[in-house]
Write a protein that binds this ligand. Structure first.
Ligand code: HEM
Length: 418
């Protein structure tokens, strides 16, 4: 196969303009699922699909060091975090995260979130209009702080949430949105660095079971404590993505509105838990969030007659794989029932990355995401009533990360008693 190569010096501007469709557009034009383009001044190969995901998560062929550009490290990820590690160093750090994901721990975060939902609904009852997206980010931020053990004062919740939100929102942005993300990261790192230091000096006493404690006292492979900055980056690697679940829950709310038959199905039948799970899976597949993920070629190899040269940046198209018609029937139709007889494997459904959790770079928080989305559905469908007034509910695939134009306004919120 001849690798289709996009001509021209650089296409970073097109990436910003086309967003989630940048890779799919080029693949459609050349009728293939491997293409070459140029981004941020370098050659980039983009791949899509199950086989592509299997290839991408082969750690002998790909590495993460040097894959994330500086602008992403300065806003979304931070420097020194688990995302950029390889081999033993990655395995060791990833174990720190995966050890936090026990059944008890998942139960705990779910309980915290449910309590916060109760409090939030009470508050929303007294408000004329609720901007749901920001409210959900706040709800998730306080949940994240309580679960991790990070102390936060009510008066600071708005600023802390805005900062975590700005880091997420900076992805795929240039100009002011990107700079807001950078400033937010600086402020958030300063906040968490201070907290880690205070824990180390015993000025803040926290339970040894909390993620904050475990990260603060984690030792790297040489037996040294993480430097405070890296520890702060890893604590933020929990706070930021848990806050990001608010975006998926906003899309769940939109789905409940856009697809009333699907809503009816989760509220009826004997197996409501399974129905909720299928709905959540379909929200994670159908709506746009993470567009792609990147790695560098570790050593020269050939795949499907295409030569991947050492150090080339490769992007795995997440959005495209979740809408790949060879994997999903009618991929642009919202259909939770597709998960009823779904034959899943670690490479064909990758909203939060693919492959293995412990050894690879698959998202450490996928179970938390699913659990918190499921319990949110319970509140949205059974524990509260609300209306969605006339507004612009469209979301643009050109904006990464996507979000409905009006951030989803709801009104006439009422609590439902059992
Ligand atoms: C809100 C929804 C979420 C989305 C869309 C998402 C998406 C992703 C993606 C695409 C990756 C990269 C996979 C790769 O490069 O191969 C990732 C990695 C990661 N995620 Fe998530 N994530 C979410 C929630 C969470 C949560 C709730 C947590 C923690 C509680 C979390 C923690 C992490 C960590 C630590 C990594 C790095 C894993 C590694 O490099 O080994 N994420 N996530």
């Amino acid at each position: 196969m001849v690798l289709p190569k996009e001509s021209g010096l650089d296409h970073s501007v097109n990436l910003l303009k086309e967003g989630y469709c940048f890779i799919p557009n080029r693949m459609r034009a050349s009728n293939t699922s491997v293409i070459q383009t140029r981004l941020l001044g370098q050659k980039v190969i983009c791949i899509r699909g199950q086989e592509a995901a299997e290839l991408f998560y082969n750690q002998d062929l790909f590495k993460r060091q040097g894959a994330a550009p500086r602008r992403i490290l300065k806003s979304l990820f931070g420097k020194g975090g688990v995302q950029g590690l390889d081999e033993q160093a990655h395995k060791h750090r990833k174990a720190l995260f995966m050890d936090l994901m026990t059944c008890d721990s998942l139960k705990k975060i779910k309980q915290i979130a449910e309590k916060q939902w109760e409090i939030a609904i009470k508050r929303w009852e007294a408000i004329e209009e609720v901007e749901l997206f920001h409210e959900l980010e706040k709800l998730m931020c306080i949940t994240a702080c309580q679960w991790t053990g990070v102390p936060i004062r009510a008066i600071n919740l708005h600023t802390r949430t805005s900062d975590l939100s700005a880091m997420i929102d900076a992805f795929g942005a240039a100009g002011p949105r990107h700079w807001r993300g950078r400033i937010a990261r600086k402020r958030a790192e300063k906040w968490i660095t201070y907290i880690v230091e205070e824990v180390r000096h015993s000025n803040i006493i926290i339970d040894s079971n909390t993620p904050l404690y475990k990260i603060t006292w984690h030792r790297d492979l040489s037996g040294e404590l993480l430097d405070v900055h890296t520890a702060a980056v890893e604590v933020l690697n929990l706070l930021r993505p848990i806050t990001a679940i608010g975006r998926f829950i906003t899309f769940s709310t939109l789905a409940l509105y856009e697809f009333p038959e699907a809503k009816q199905e989760i509220m009826s039948g004997d197996n409501r838990d399974q129905n909720k799970e299928m709905f959540v899976q379909e929200v994670r597949r159908y709506y746009p969030f993470a567009p792609f993920t990147g790695a560098r070629v570790n050593r020269d190899f050939t795949w499907n007659h295409v030569l991947f040269k050492k150090n080339t940046l490769v992007l795995l198209d997440i959005y495209g794989t979740n809408h790949d018609s060879t994997l999903w029937e009618n991929p642009y139709t919202f259909n939770p029932k597709r998960f009823l007889k779904w034959e899943g494997n670690p490479f064909n459904f990758i909203p939060q990355g693919g492959g293995e959790y412990d050894l690879g770079h698959r998202c450490a928080g996928e179970w938390i995401t699913i659990e918190l989305m499921k319990s949110s559905l319970h509140f949205l469908t059974e524990r509260m009533s609300y209306e969605i007034p006339e507004q612009d509910l469209r979301y643009s695939l050109k904006r990464m990360p996507a979000i409905p134009a009006n951030r989803l306004i709801i009104n006439h919120v009422r609590r439902c008693s059992y």
